[in-house]
Design a protein around this ligand. Structure first.
Ligand code: HEC
Length: 106
């Protein structure tokens, strides 16, 4: 149990207060990021219909705004709400992954 509480060093560095989704859920969220988000933001998040979601592109933008954008979408833009699929803390985890250059995993 205690070892489960030991977050990877990079996660501690990126977002000290984040609650990490369980590993299986992390895999689902990264799958969603690649496939669903990738449809608009690009497979490698360099942008497309939606803006790039790379670490440099997100620098200077707040976690609250970005997580809220994922959960609730942006009215009047093509960015849809993901509230049915992604919880608030999961959105925050996704933002932390994006800030790490996350899913630059191919
Ligand atoms: C149908 C296209 C579409 C899909 C699918 C989509 N987005 Fe977006 N997204 C957009 C657009 C367009 C914007 C820019 C909205 C604006 O003009 O402010 C955006 C904005 C964002 C932003 C804010 C970026 C910034 O620089 O402020 C984040 C974060 C984001 N999307 C994450 C996601 C995530 C995570 C997913 C998948 C769960 C996703 N998006 C799926 C179109 C999409």
């Amino acid at each position: 149990m205690r070892s489960l509480l030991a977050l990877p060093l990079f996660a501690v560095f990126a977002l000290p207060a984040a609650s990490e989704p369980a590993p299986a859920r992390q895999a689902e969220l990264l799958h969603l990021l690649r496939n669903d988000c990738g449809a608009c933001h690009g497979l490698t998040r360099q942008g497309g219909l939606g803006p790039p979601l790379t670490a440099p592109a997100l620098a200077g933008k707040g976690d609250d705004v970005l997580a809220a954008t994922i959960v609730h979408g942006r009215a009047g833009t093509p960015m849809p709400p993901w509230v049915a699929l992604v919880a608030e803390d999961e959105a925050r985890w996704l933002v932390s992954r994006l800030r790490q250059g996350a899913a630059n995993d191919r």
